[in-house]
Design a protein around this ligand. Structure first.
Ligand SMILES: [Fe+2]
Ligand SMILES: [Fe+2]
Length: 135
């Protein structure tokens, strides 16, 4: 069963961004399924690598929109992206080094990691970007 089901509460009201957030959610769901099915380390590492890569791509995408439209809170938003990226890379490394195993707690951490950023930080740019014609 999916850990996260997309619903309106995840939406920032911009289709392009929502689609990217949905892709991040699908990586987290895939990871959750792999954990629940006790998949091997190689399988989990592959999904984790995909999550890390797509996180970077998505953040770069938001930051490009900030630059293009002159979003005033771009700098503090980027700082939060950098912190989140560091966290997920540290997590990937700990898993690789065998310092951590996949667990319900880790999945809850990843769910909150994404949800809190979307609700707390991404939501702030929504009205600004909408006013600039971003859909
Ligand atoms: Fe985002
Ligand atoms: Fe963001």
């Amino acid at each position: 069963m999916a850990l996260i089901t997309w619903s309106a509460e995840w939406s920032v009201g911009l289709v392009t961004i929502d689609t990217q957030h949905q892709k991040l959610i699908s990586y987290i769901n895939e990871l959750n399924d792999a954990m629940a099915q006790r998949k091997g380390k190689d399988v989990i590492e592959k999904i984790l690598a995909g999550l890390v890569e797509y996180t970077k791509t998505h953040f770069a995408n938001e930051e490009m929109l900030f630059r293009t439209h002159g979003y005033p809170e771009a700098l503090s938003h980027k700082t939060k992206h950098d912190e989140l990226t560091k966290k997920v890379i540290a997590f990937q490394k700990d898993f690789h080094d065998g310092k951590m195993v996949m667990s319900v707690e880790i999945m809850a951490f990843l769910k909150d990691w994404l949800f809190n950023h979307i609700k707390g930080t991404d939501m702030k740019y929504a009205p600004f970007l909408k006013s600039k014609g971003v859909a």
